[in-house]
Write a protein that binds this ligand. Structure first.
Ligand SMILES: [Zn+2]
Length: 392
């Protein structure tokens, strides 16, 4: 009897993550009007009209209710890019009652996960080139670990639990990054911007569109930059980003559509990367951002909505991966066990060759299999080291 563990839950082609940084208690006004304009909010304006969350919900999440969004939270006062610049408003996450309530609302929202994104995001410089991202600024492992603990405590104070994962600020690990993450109880981490390497034959072996362990922490790669515009988003034809897409298409024979298709065909991770606000303190527009990319995001998610994908948070994905990698399948005739030293985090999917159902050894039916691409699929929250049987 043929039986194996599926790469992803329900044997889908690809997991889909939607990862947005930064969410912070920050406001960056562009106009002198007292009214909030779209793009000015990094989280501070909570659920008000034209806030980041209001804009995102109305224009994307309400249309695609299966999406899961992972927000990366800056826990302390986010620094400006240069020391002589300021935000309109910037406070730590536990400073305002309204912001705390908003974070709790998001934390309980079925479409949202809050993850860790440092304390101040870095150190402001005299010029932009002097700006140091948070992990670049640490001069020892001890300093990095101490600061992460401080940030995790702030997170815990407001939300009542610790973050399960996070992401480097500016994707910069510094000298002590990976070691500091391994030492501070994270289950998963977003280490790098792997989407830059679209070429699979690239000799650089460091790129990945799939999961791996980094010192015991699940490495979730970033594989899609959503400011890579589809050439179909013609209302952006005058933008530099559009020209870049034309260049990719005609010179490298690449497009966002082809890239998505390649990830999907290979059962790789589709993790879409975004920023909340386009506005930085130095006046530079940061890309990608949800405001500039909203049409492209709608286009990407409408492609994905017709496909066999699994919308996940970082934690969902890490849980499945850890279980899949940890258990050993022991099959004897129609009986089997999942051997492991620790219990499973959640459901695991098996692929079997016939339309069997899952029973325990007392002949109780636990779950029926379903057919998918001429195979049979079975998802269940198994107990480890317990014997199960498969029968018609
Ligand atoms: Zn960031």
């Amino acid at each position: 009897m043929e039986i194996k563990i599926a790469k992803w839950k329900d044997n889908v082609q690809s997991p889909v993550l939607f990862m947005i940084d930064d969410i912070a208690n920050v406001l960056m006004k562009q106009s002198h009007s007292s009214k909030l304009k779209i793009g000015e909010d990094w989280g501070y304006a909570t659920r008000e009209k034209n806030s980041m969350w209001h804009f995102l919900s109305k224009n994307l999440l309400d249309k695609f209710p299966k999406i899961k969004t992972t927000f990366f939270l800056v826990t302390d006062v986010r620094v400006s890019m240069r020391i002589d610049e300021t935000y309109t408003y910037a406070k730590s996450i536990e400073q305002d009652k309204k912001f705390i309530e908003f974070l709790r609302y998001l934390d309980n929202h079925p479409m949202v996960e809050l993850a860790y994104h440092g304390t101040t995001h870095g150190k402001a410089g005299l010029t932009y080139d002097d700006y140091l991202q948070e992990w670049e600024a640490f001069s020892s492992l001890n300093e990095a670990v101490t600061q992460i603990h401080r940030g995790r405590e702030l997170f815990q104070e407001v939300l009542g639990h610790y973050p399960s994962g996070g992401k480097y600020c500016g994707y910069k690990a510094g000298d002590f990054g990976d070691e500091s993450i391994a030492k501070t109880n994270f289950k998963w981490w977003s280490y790098g911007e792997d989407y830059l390497k679209w070429d699979k034959n690239d000799p650089n072996p460091s790129y990945t569109f799939d999961l791996s362990f980094n010192r015991g922490v699940v490495n979730i790669p970033t594989t899609v930059d959503s400011s890579t515009l589809s050439l179909r988003i013609i209302n952006k034809w005058y933008k530099r980003k559009y020209l870049k897409s034309i260049y990719y298409y005609f010179i490298k024979n690449m497009s966002i559509e082809k890239h998505l298709e390649s990830l999907y065909e290979n059962q790789e991770i589709i993790s879409i990367y975004e920023h909340t606000s386009p506005y930085r303190t130095d006046g530079v527009i940061q890309y990608p951002n949800i405001v500039s990319d909203m049409d492209n995001l709608n286009y990407i998610f409408s492609i994905l909505s017709k496909k066999d994908v699994w919308y996940v948070t970082g934690e969902d994905l890490a849980n499945y991966y850890i279980d899949r990698e940890k258990v050993k399948l022991e099959v004897e005739g129609h009986r089997f066990k999942l051997k492991s030293t620790t219990k499973l985090n959640g459901e695991l999917t098996l692929i079997i060759d016939k339309s069997y159902s899952l029973y325990d050894m007392d002949n109780n039916l636990l779950v029926k299999s379903f057919e998918k691409n001429q195979k049979y699929i079975l998802s269940y929250t198994f107990e480890v080291n317990k014997t199960y049987q498969l029968r018609m």
